[in-house]
Ligand binder design. Structure first.
Ligand SMILES: NC(=O)c1ccc[n+]([C@@H]2O[C@H](COP(=O)([O-])OP(=O)(O)OC[C@H]3O[C@@H](n4cnc5c(N)ncnc54)[C@H](OP(=O)(O)O)[C@@H]3O)[C@@H](O)[C@H]2O)c1
Length: 262
C-alpha cells in the first residue's frame, strides 16, 4: 500500500462535496475540506475516520485574497495535492426576464472564476503531488441548456470549455483534468439557490444520492477520463442537441411540461 492520497475538496460542507470527502477519507485519503461555514466543515471532519488527519480551511471562494490564503494553507498542511475536486457551486432558478445582474455575477464568480483561480493557486501543490488529478463538477445541463436555468447552464458550459482547454494546457505537466456531469442529485442545492419567482424545484423522487456521484468521482481519481456522465441518456441527449437541435428541443419541451416553457 502506497502513501495516502492528499485531496483538496471544495464545497465540502454539504451535498456532493461532503460525500466526496467521506468516500476519500474511508479509503485512507487525507483531505482538506473547503467551504465558507466552519461549523459545517468541522461537523463533517469530526464524522470521518481519523479526523485529526484531515484539515478544515474556511473561505469564501468569491474573495480572491481569501482564496489564495486558503489554498496555500491547505497545501502547506497536506504537503501537496494528489487530487483536487471542485464541488462548490450554486444554482440560479430564473428565466431571462427575471435576471438580476448582481446574481448573474455571483453565479459566474463561484461556478467559473473561482474554479479557475483555485486551479491556478493549486498548481504548485499539484506539481508536488503523485499522479495528480483535477476534477471539475459540472452538470448534465452544461452541454444542453434548459429553460429557467440559463445562467447556471451558461456557467457550467463555460466550465466545460475551460476544462477542455486546461486538459491540454496541463497534459505536458502530467496533471489530469476531468469533468463529471451529475444529474439531479438529492442535496440542499435546490433549497439554497436563488429563485426569485418561486419556480418549482425538480422532482427529487428519482434523484441520485450524493454518494453515487462521489463514487463516480472516486473512480475518476483512480482512472481519470476527460468527461463522464452519471447517466448515459444525458450524454446521448447532449449529442442529440448538437446534431439535431430541434428534435432535442421538442423532446425536452415534452419532458419539462408547460410550467417551464412560458
Ligand atoms: N444537486 C444537483 O442536482 C446537482 C446537479 C448537477 C451538478 N451539481 C453541482 O454539484 C456541485 C455541488 O452541489 P451540491 O448539490 O452538493 O450543492 P450544495 O449541497 O448546495 O453544496 C454546495 C457547496 O458549495 C459551497 N459554497 C457555496 N458558496 C460558496 C462560496 N462562495 N465559497 C465557498 N464555498 C461555497 C457550500 O458551502 P458553504 O455554504 O458552507 O460555503 C456547499 O458546501 C455544484 O457545483 C453543483 O452545481 C449539482
Amino acid at each position: 500500500m502506497g502513501a495516502p492520497r492528499r485531496a483538496l475538496v471544495t464545497g465540502a460542507s454539504s451535498g456532493i462535496g461532503e460525500a466526496v470527502v467521506r468516500a476519500f477519507a474511508e479509503r485512507g485519503y487525507r483531505v482538506a475540506l473547503l467551504a465558507r461555514r466552519t461549523s459545517e466543515l468541522e461537523r463533517v471532519r469530526a464524522s470521518l475516520p481519523r479526523p485529526d488527519e484531515h484539515v478544515v480551511v474556511a473561505c469564501d471562494l468569491r474573495d480572491e485574497a481569501a482564496l489564495r490564503v486558503a489554498i496555500a494553507s491547505a497545501g502547506e498542511r497536506l504537503g501537496a495535492f494528489d487530487v483536487v475536486v471542485h464541488s462548490a457551486g450554486v444554482g440560479y432558478r430564473a428565466r431571462l426576464e427575471e435576471l438580476e445582474r448582481v446574481e448573474i455575477e455571483r453565479v459566474l464568480a463561484l461556478n467559473v472564476t473561482a474554479v479557475l483561480l483555485v486551479d491556478r493557486e493549486a498548481l504548485p501543490w499539484l506539481e508536488r503531488g503523485e499522479r495528480p488529478v483535477v476534477i471539475h463538477v459540472a452538470s448534465v445541463i452544461a452541454r444542453r441548456g434548459i429553460p429557467g436555468q440559463l445562467v447556471y447552464a451558461a456557467s457550467k458550459a463555460a466550465l466545460v470549455s475551460a476544462s477542455e482547454a486546461l486538459r491540454l494546457e496541463w497534459a505536458g505537466r502530467g496533471i489530469e483534468v476531468c469533468l463529471v456531469h451529475p444529474g439531479v442529485t438529492r442535496t440542499p442545492f435546490f433549497a439554497v439557490q436563488r429563485n426569485p419567482h418561486g419556480r418549482p424545484p425538480p422532482d427529487l423522487a428519482s434523484a441520485d444520492e450524493p454518494a453515487t456521484v462521489a463514487a463516480a468521482i472516486l473512480e475518476l481519481d483512480r482512472r481519470p477520463q476527460p468527461e463522464v456522465w452519471l447517466r448515459s441518456r444525458w450524454r446521448w441527449f447532449a449529442l442529440a442537441s448538437l446534431v439535431a437541435p430541434r428534435f432535442a428541443d421538442r423532446w425536452l419541451a415534452k419532458k419539462l411540461g408547460p410550467s417551464d416553457q412560458q
